[in-house]
Design a protein around this ligand. Structure first.
Ligand SMILES: *Cc1c(COP(=O)(O)O)cnc(C)c1O
Length: 429
């Protein structure tokens, strides 16, 4: 069942009418369905389950897709771990109830302080992305007299994804070490005695809906496991990253769960490795919407109509950043014909166009719309551009719902900004 069903024409999140949330919390607001997160986690697990070579995989949810601690807590209760890329995300995962031994720490530029925090926390594995990072981690680990498990993140020189800016596995991308250097780095880690190399990792991109590039990249990883083992190095884990895509618009391909599971199973066949996956978008995207109110409809003499919403590019930046398309729907259409709109926000940039040329029911000021598939890379990428406060987040679970991030007090902006003393009376404190 969809997490956002229509009942008597009105869009709901599970059992709760979105109009109720709009009335009580006020738009714009992100609304998430707990059942939606769980359903996607289960679909992934069920796709992997029939494959005998996949035993007890660690499914580490990519916190950057949706880092709200209540959301992480729903996923932790489903048995998911967390893939993190900063100390802040590790802290969020812990706050959501993810045990340290299910937290993976990835990222291309971890600071010494972040590495020290991860080592002290006792995360399951630190994915090392370069030779200088390995040397820094070795020093940090020696200082704490702890021996963290690491994986070496490899750049398989095969990128993929829904947009160039979210492709990470290409030879020219900043992520991971080239295949040719992986052996030397792994051997260096093993010889150091300060870290324990447990395996290899990769992550080639995001919003991938065709498994062919994954198959090619994973074949490189499998080959590398065999090469390193041939050199006498132990490989216990293989982390194949995230990247699985979701449909954003009608007609987009469905998430290829089964084909993906097959490619993953082929990759680990007879290798006897523990599988780690780092899905973000596929777990969270379809479990969230951005609920917004129409401020006004602006008509041009040429007949063009702008649907001006109270949500904008600072709240959902994917359209501006990646030319991403999200479905926009009326929450309670009243059936007075259909109109083509450019859907825009109030921010002072032409890039603040959320959708172009969309046929929607005729809408008026005050009507509610929902921007769909906004549960991943929505709230986490929001900014306060144009001095717009971060929008609240609401979690629905059946008949229950709660605000899981409050809208900040308008004065909170200013409270964070002490006025430089020497400015004297020119700025009010
Ligand atoms: C972003 C990221 C992910 C998650 O990617 P999705 O496309 O959301 O599944 C996983 N692993 C790493 C290292 C990432 O940077």
């Amino acid at each position: 069942m969809t997490p956002f069903p229509r009942r008597d024409g009105a869009l709901h999140a599970e059992s709760i009418a979105l109009s109720t949330i709009a009335r009580e919390v006020g738009p714009p607001v992100y609304v998430y369905s707990a059942g939606g997160f769980r359903a996607q986690a289960r679909r992934l697990r069920e796709a992997l389950a029939p494959h005998p070579d996949i035993v007890d995989p660690l499914i580490a949810f990519a916190v950057k897709a949706n880092g709200n601690r209540s959301v992480l807590s729903v996923l932790a209760a489903e048995g998911l771990g967390a893939d993190t890329v900063s100390e802040g995300e590790i802290r969020r995962a812990l706050a959501g109830g993810v045990p340290p031994d299910r937290i993976v720490f990835s990222g291309v530029g971890k600071t010494d302080a972040e590495l020290a925090f991860a080592v002290a926390t006792g995360v399951r594995q630190i994915n090392v992305e370069s030779a200088p990072e390995l040397e820094r981690l070795i020093s940090v680990a020696r200082e704490q007299s702890r021996v963290p498990d690491i994986a070496i993140r490899v750049n398989p020189a095969i990128g993929a994804g829904g947009h160039a800016k979210i492709t990470t596995g290409g030879a020219g991308d900043k992520f991971g070490v080239p295949v040719a250097e992986a052996l030397e780095l792994y051997a260096r880690a093993a010889a150091s005695g300060a870290v324990r190399p447990a395996g290899l990792a990769c992550h080639i991109g995001s919003q991938i809906t065709d498994v062919a590039p994954l198959r090619s990249a994973f074949a490189v990883m499998r080959g590398l496991v065999e090469t390193l083992r041939g050199e006498g190095l132990a490989i216990e884990r293989l982390d194949l990253g995230g990247g699985l895509g979701v449909p954003y618009r009608p007609g987009d391909p469905d998430t290829p769960f089964d084909a993906y599971a097959e490619v993953v199973a082929e990759t680990v066949r007879d290798l006897d490795v523990q599988l780690v996956l780092e899905p973000g978008r596929v777990i969270a995207a379809e479990a969230g919407v951005l609920l917004s109110r129409v401020i006004q409809v602006t008509e041009r003499p040429d007949g063009r109509r702008f649907l001006v919403l109270d949500a904008a590019m600072n709240d959902l930046s994917r359209p501006a950043l990646y030319d991403a398309e999200h479905e926009v729907v009326a929450v309670a259409p009243d059936g007075e014909g259909e109109v083509i709109y450019d859907v825009v926000g109030p921010v002072c940039e032409t890039g603040d166009t959320l959708a172009r040329g969309r046929l929607l029911p005729a809408l008026r000021a005050g009507d509610l719309v929902a921007i769909l598939t906004a549960g991943a890379y929505g709230a986490t990428m929001a900014s306060e551009y144009n001095a717009r406060p971060l929008v609240p987040e609401v979690l629905v679970d059946g008949d229950d719902w709660a605000v899981i991030r409050r809208r900040p007090d308008p004065d909170a902006f200013l409270e964070r900004e002490p006025v430089a003393e020497w400015l004297g009376s020119t700025a009010k404190s």
